[in-house]
Design a protein. Structure first.
Length: 625
């Protein structure tokens, strides 16, 4: 082909791409590669089409040939790095991105891509330097500011992340990733109602953007004005979109009801995290003669806990950067019998893959306090307190399996310090505390706590959560507290502690812990009890608002569960007025936990095992009819 003919074909492919006809454009570029195999643009544009259609492996092949044709193309090197990263190959991506930076050291977008890779790989200090270089080179780049904001958000530098996303939107108000990032940053700054409005604004223009819809659903769980029916409808809307056009899957798993089962667990929290404290003891106690575990890790951070999970796994897959089309065939080759999602609509959700059905039996458990909204999610493992029979079922797309009187199995951190005496003995006045994620603290809760402090002379309130040591976030939290009637000198704010042991040691400053509504604490409740601090909760109208009731009943303290706000405040006052009992609980509560079903790891594992087996038997029975 002569140059004019090549150019016409390139323009034809570009026109089809511009109209969203990606498959047709890909065909045009493929035909051009056959006719003009030394056309750099034919290979490079073919790579673009493959990447846009969710095939990074094919994209990487095409970009590699483009780079061979023009080794000095920073664009081709960058794109090849992006494709390799989408395949989960950070090590293979990095040399190409560093080559691109050398070729075009003043290109902000390349620095941004390198920063993203380094952040994903846990090299955050390097990543920050690269992001700063990107925004210095091009301070009007929405992509560069958004990339910087995403990394800061992942590091929980939420106020700075919000500022970066605002800079991105100032550069380009229509830049969709920044609009999503802005909403995420608002949520991490504990500005949940604003975050929901920001998510909804994105969804109004892009209703099929499932990651934004997941973030919005998670945020809705924090809001007091959401009814169970409204929450269920919002989750079902997600499922309807995720499952549209999904092909049926035929499984070849042997339908033997009693054979050893391959059980896959999906999470980004196989690390020092709340989910891990409940999952690890369960997996350790489950019989290896009956199950083998496949763990799919979507988290980018690893620690000693991560290694313990790897040791428990027959198959371990690191998939934090793998896009769904790359991960799906890996899972299907692994052929799990049961797939268990531990994250729901939190974090790096893999629910779009569950919508495509990864295993004959699919289960939602542990990490998310609501239905997934997927018809393809067969079961949700809960307990009869969080999800009462006949009441909760209508609000779920899953069949509810109440596998145990309590749905949790807790293992306290091995390095937890011994409980300290209640601080009221030395201070002469009571300190109430809440160490829950501050996003769970609604204005209604702040108003209730203001009433409590008003009724208990000289009492104070200690709030400890991610972000509260940040001056910007602390300022808006204090303003909310003032509007609720809480004076500054009665409220102390504390941020995250460097170690888990240090975090638990902070309970030495608390006499009585206050649970939140409508989203109760889970790990925070267990940690408070382990440190000898009584917890006051109020039973609500949904799973998230009944977790406290489940835990406290399980450890033998149903009297700390209340049914309305007046009783909640009255109980908190009653506990605060009895320093002798507070001192006794400092030494007795650990024994209450240890004797309870919550720490009966073997018993809970047996119940969980039986539930998994029953679900499997039902599938087998369906195959045999």
């Amino acid at each position: 082909m002569n140059p004019a003919q090549i150019q016409r074909r390139l323009q034809e492919g570009a026109a089809r791409h511009a109209k969203g006809r990606l498959a047709e454009a890909a065909v045009v570029f493929a035909q051009l590669r056959a006719a003009a195999p030394r056309s750099f643009d034919a290979w490079h544009q073919g790579g673009n089409m493959a990447l846009l259609q969710g095939d990074p492996a094919e994209a990487a092949r095409l970009y590699a040939q483009a780079l061979r044709l023009n080794p000095r193309s920073a664009t081709a090197a960058t794109c090849l790095g992006i494709a390799r990263l989408a395949l989960g190959d950070a090590a293979g991506a990095e040399p190409h991105l560093r080559t691109a930076v050398r070729l075009e050291p003043k290109n902000a977008e390349i620095w941004n891509q390198l920063a993203t890779l380094l952040s994903t790989d846990g090299r955050t200090e390097e990543a920050i330097k690269c992001h700063r270089q990107a925004v210095t080179l091009n301070p009007k780049s929405a992509q560069a500011w958004h990339g910087y904001g995403s990394t800061l958000s992942n590091l929980n530098h939420s106020a700075e992340a919000l500022e970066c996303e605002q800079r991105a939107l100032a550069a380009d108000p229509a830049y969709a990733p920044a609009r999503r990032g802005y909403a995420v940053a608002l949520q991490k700054c504990h500005r949940v109602p604003e975050a929901v409005r920001a998510y909804e604004a994105v969804l109004a223009q892009h209703p099929r953007q499932l990651d934004v819809r997941s973030h919005c659903l998670f945020a809705l769980n924090y809001l007091a004005d959401q009814t169970p029916a409204a929450l269920a409808a919002a989750h079902r809307a997600y499922g309807a979109i995720a499952e549209t056009g999904v092909p049926a899957v035929a499984f070849t798993n042997a339908p033997d009801p009693e054979r050893k089962l391959r059980v896959a667990f999906f999470s980004e929290d196989f690390r020092e995290h709340s989910v891990a404290y409940f999952l690890e003891p369960l997996l350790r106690a489950l019989g290896r003669e009956h199950f083998e575990f496949l763990l799919y890790n979507s988290g980018s951070r690893a620690d000693a806990m991560t290694q313990r999970f790897r040791d428990l796994a027959a198959v371990w897959r690191d998939c934090s950067t793998k896009v769904d089309p790359v991960l799906e065939p890996v899972i299907r080759t692994d052929a799990p019998d049961i797939a268990v999602d531990l994250g729901g609509h939190t974090g790096n959700s893999r629910l779009p893959l569950f919508a495509r059905r990864l295993a004959p039996v699919q289960v939602s458990y542990l990490g998310y306090p609501n239905t997934t909204g997927l018809a393809a999610m067969d079961y949700r493992f809960v307990d009869p307190t969080t999800d009462p029979v006949g009441e909760a079922d209508a609000f779920h797309t899953e069949s509810l399996v109440r596998f145990s009187p309590c749905a949790w199995t807790y293992a306290p951190p091995a390095d937890a310090p011994e409980p300290a005496p209640p601080p009221c003995l030395a201070r002469g006045a009571v300190t109430f505390g809440s160490f829950n994620n501050f996003s769970k603290v609604t204005d209604e809760m702040l108003q209730a706590w203001a009433r409590l402090l008003g009724a208990v002379p000289a009492s104070r309130l200690l709030l400890k959560s991610t972000g509260l040591s940040d001056p910007g976030i602390a300022a808006q939290v204090r303003e909310r507290a003032r509007r609720a009637g809480l004076a500054d000198d009665r409220v102390e704010l504390a941020g995250v502690t460097a170690t888990t042991a240090g975090h638990l040691a902070a309970y030495a400053q608390v006499d009585v812990a206050l649970d939140t509504l409508p989203y109760n604490g889970t790990t925070t409740t267990c940690e408070a009890l382990w440190m000898g601090v009584p917890v006051v909760t109020m039973r609500g109208d949904r799973h998230a608002a009944r977790v406290g009731a489940s835990l406290l009943q399980t450890v033998g303290h149903p009297d700390w569960v209340t049914g309305n706000l007046d009783d909640y405040l009255g109980l908190a006052q009653k506990l605060a007025a009895d320093p002798a009992r507070l001192l006794a609980w400092r030494t007795s509560l650990r024994g209450d936990l240890q004797r309870s079903l919550l720490m009966d790891h073997a018993g809970q594992a047996a119940r969980f095992s039986n539930a998994l087996r029953d679900c499997w038997r039902k599938w087998c029975a369906g195959k045999q009819t």
